[in-house]
Design a protein around this ligand. Structure first.
Ligand code: TYD
Length: 135
């Protein structure tokens, strides 16, 4: 899997003077069925999250509130994306090393995932990830 498959998905936005609404349907707005949702919050200034890759998990990362950067790396190429809108989702395919940093205060990072939590699906060692990517 390569960085070419990762992209920012423009999610539907229903603009309303009472407050905007965005919705996400698994298999329609994201290229996988959603089995898990988790979110990062109360992230202290200067903190970094991520620092791993997944063997088979697909994810959509959304800055529900505030902003942060997502750095994606397929072992050959590396790109930094700034997420700062609740209606943008960063689609991350399997076998991509990701890091998250530059969190603004009170930011919330929501992640939709294609499977339940499974530690065996992680590469937490960058060298092992690159080696597996080059097989
Ligand atoms: P991790 O995925 O390393 O966090 P991040 O990539 O955001 O920095 O997970 C941190 C800890 O939380 C780790 O001990 C596993 C646990 N965890 C769960 O139990 N369930 C989950 O769905 C997730 C994402 C993490």
């Amino acid at each position: 899997m390569s960085l070419i498959e990762c992209r920012i998905i423009d999610l539907p936005k229903i603009s309303d003077p009472r407050g905007n609404l965005t919705f996400i349907e698994g298999g329609r707005h994201v290229p996988f069925e959603i089995k898990r949702v988790y979110y990062l919050y109360d992230v202290p200034g200067g903190a970094e999250r991520g620092g791993h890759a997944h063997k088979s998990l697909h994810q959509l990362i959304i800055a529900l509130s505030g902003s942060f950067d997502v750095i994606l790396d397929d072992g050959t190429q590396k790109n930094r994306f700034h997420l700062n809108r609740s209606y943008y989702g960063m689609y991350v395919c399997p076998m991509i090393w990701r890091e998250l940093d530059n969190f603004s205060s009170a930011s919330v990072c929501m992640v939709l995932a294609s499977n339940l939590y499974d530690e065996a699906d992680y590469y937490r060692d960058y060298g092992a990830f690159v080696q597996a990517q080059n097989l």
